[in-house]
Design a protein around this ligand. Structure first.
Ligand code: AMP
Length: 399
């Protein structure tokens, strides 16, 4: 059977987002989001322009309201539901058919992602209740990085913290790094998945990754999505003793410091203006020194991370930019690649600045390893992985 339909569900703490995808087809057929759930302001909005008041709705009620809207776009029954799940820990190294054991596993990983995993589970439980006859799959943000070797995933901490408490580097954005590196191989005329790639996923959250023949070898995020690159409001790497320093000198407690590092830092903190790269580029052009500094630090730290990740690869076939910033900001790409001359990477300024929005393309200068801009599509990756897994299931389990 070809061109099957998959509903991709992303359950957040106060929202639930659905996208109807057709196999082997770019773009969503239909998308909808219910936000501010469990409040009087709960609302639903859809890609065909519908806005609906959902006052007081929880995840189950919201999905119950969303599914009839999805139904209108079905020309065949849904073949699968694919759920985005943030943390799979070490237990989940690939997508899984959701059953009681998988639900318990997601629950068991909740201490590693206390905001996200319980929210993802709420979406899963609602969908199991409302779509009981459709096979449902969990696709984990962390699973792609389970191929990292111990020298990349271990912190230099006493063994017990890893062995008993799971303190290690996990990495996130796995579906995006996998999707764009697979696409890059095709764009460069290789077999799908082949090649040695550095990937930079630059959205509100940012991470970089070294991918060898379809396997993550190392990545910039760690135990939590705070490690690594400068992000919209997240600091990325800081001195690990910063917590103690702030506690001692300013008397700050843990919640205050966590808020600082997750919500008040990154591009926002550095610029004193905004976490939004578009706004910062405009302000930089108008001479705003904070915006200029924020963009420079963002790009320099990104380049430093990419150069560091290069040691995980035997060679570099190419560098890939993706995410809202990576896909759209020619300035970010130019400033970052400028710092990577030591690796022979050079941009072609015209290709870089003239690449049409939303299109994949190559922007390197002659003689440089490939530099690619590839729009990410995490929902497509989730749909593809769900269908690939569906095809391996014994029929009896699918009844
Ligand atoms: P995402 O989380 O992937 O949607 O990415 C959000 C980030 O992409 C924000 O910082 C946006 O400002 C940035 N972004 C989106 N469009 C552009 C653009 N045309 N130029 C620069 N940054 C952009």
């Amino acid at each position: 059977m070809t061109n099957r339909l998959v509903l991709v569900i992303n359950g957040g703490s106060s929202s639930i987002k659905v996208a109807l995808r057709r196999e082997n087809t770019a773009g969503a057929i239909f998308e909808a989001i219910a936000e501010r759930l469990n409040t009087a302001q709960a609302r639903l909005s859809t890609s065909d322009g519908l806005e609906q008041d959902l006052s007081g709705a929880d995840h189950l009620a919201a999905l119950d309201a969303l599914l009839p809207l999805v139904d209108r776009h079905l020309d065949q029954p849904l073949s699968a539901v694919g759920h985005r799940v943030v943390h799979g820990g070490e237990r989940f190294t690939s997508a899984r058919l959701i059953d009681d054991e998988v639900i318990a596993g997601i629950q068991a990983n909740a201490p590693l992602a206390p905001l996200h995993n319980p929210a993802n589970l709420t979406g899963i439980r609602a969908a199991l209740k409302l779509l009981p006859g459709t096979p449902q799959f969990a696709v984990f943000d962390t699973a792609f990085h389970q191929s990292m070797p111990p020298h990349a995933f271990r912190y230099a901490l006493p063994d017990e913290l890893y062995a008993v408490h799971g303190v290690r580097r996990y990495g996130f954005h796995g579906t995006s790094h996998k999707y764009v590196s697979d696409e890059a191989s095709v764009l460069c005329g290789k077999e799908r998945g082949a090649g040695a790639w550095l990937t930079a996923h630059l959205g509100n959250g940012c991470s970089s990754c070294a991918v060898l023949d379809g396997r993550s070898m190392d990545t910039s995020m760690g135990l939590t999505p705070l490690e690594g690159l400068v992000m919209g409001t997240r600091s990325g790497d800081v001195d690990p003793n910063l917590h103690a320093h702030l506690a001692r000198t300013l008397g700050w407690d843990l919640p205050r410091i966590e808020h600082l590092l997750n919500r008040e830092s990154g591009l926002l903190g550095l610029s004193g203006l905004s976490n939004d790269m578009r706004e910062l580029e405009q302000a930089r052009a108008d001479g705003h020194s904070g915006a200029q500094l924020a963009i420079e630090v963002f790009c320099y730290r990104l380049a430093r991370s990419l150069a560091g990740l290069a040691v995980a690869l035997p060679r570099i076939d190419g560098l890939i930019f993706t995410g809202g910033i990576g896909e759209n900001s020619a300035l970010t790409r130019a400033l970052t690649v400028k710092h990577l001359a030591v690796m022979g990477l050079r941009l072609d300024p015209d290709s870089n600045s003239l690449l049409p929005r939303g299109e994949a393309g190559r922007v390197e200068a002659q003689g440089s390893p490939a530099i690619l801009v590839i729009p990410t599509d995490e929902e497509r990756q989730i749909a593809d992985e769900s269908l690939a897994l569906l095809d391996t299931q014994p029929r009896s389990q699918m009844a």
